[in-house]
Design a protein around this ligand. Structure first.
Ligand SMILES: Cc1cc2nc3c(=O)[nH]c(=O)nc-3n(C[C@H](O)[C@H](O)[C@H](O)COP(=O)(O)O)c2cc1C
Length: 189
């Protein structure tokens, strides 16, 4: 399996309206492959403009927020790029689409890094933050998973939250758990 880096991608449509979404970008040679499932605004924007910004951030609120309808995060313009970065990005890469492998389910946009920037120091690993990324992915796949698997994964991830979370991680967990609980309740109804 290839190396995958979990990012927040910023893209823009032809009118410059910005879209923010978590996506894992896949290492391929010195390039990165962006592979959005259809339908997706990120996919539409990539097809329209051929540019995305990979924001490297460990902010748990942005990962959890984007999966729970909170998509409005502060942006900063990048010189020479039509697409801005997140203000919370520790660093960013501007990705330019080189080629597209079309697919009915999940097209692959192979991208070259055109420019990069560093903005803030990385302050170290944290288990609760890692758990938030896992739980956000779980929330994006709730409709594909049986209830027992969801409950088992949440029980495991909750250990890291209980032991190592700060305020931001607890807030992010709360947003995600609202979604999980509503989904599980809908299965029982
Ligand atoms: C860490 C993380 C990685 C993700 N990676 C992908 C991905 O590679 N492809 C994808 O289609 N969705 C991925 N998702 C789910 C998308 O963020 C989510 O479905 C989003 O709404 C994409 O659709 P949009 O571009 O219309 O917003 C990921 C979610 C998380 C939390």
């Amino acid at each position: 399996m290839p190396y995958i880096r979990e990012t927040i991608l910023t893209t823009a449509d032809a009118e410059g309206r910005v879209h923010i979404a978590p996506l894992g970008i896949i290492a391929e040679g010195g390039d990165w492959v962006v592979a959005p499932f259809r339908p997706s605004k990120t996919l539409d924007n990539l097809a329209a403009t051929g540019i995305a910004v990979a924001n490297l951030t460990d902010d748990p609120l942005i990962f959890a927020g984007c999966l729970t309808g909170r998509k409005d995060w502060p942006l900063v313009a990048i010189e020479g790029s039509p697409v801005p970065r997140l203000a919370a990005a520790l660093s960013h890469d501007v990705l330019v689409v080189e080629s597209v492998a079309e697919d009915e389910i999940r097209p692959r946009f192979r991208c070259r890094v055109s420019t990069s920037g560093q903005h803030a120091p990385f302050t170290g690993m944290n288990r609760a933050r890692a758990a938030i990324v896992e739980a956000a992915i779980l929330v994006s796949r709730l409709h594909m998973l049986p209830a027992e698997k969801i409950e088992a994964e949440i029980a495991y991830l909750n250990i890291a939250i209980e032991k190592t979370a700060g305020d931001a991680e607890r807030q992010a967990w709360y947003w995600l758990m609202e979604r999980v609980i509503a989904h599980l309740a809908s299965l029982e109804a």
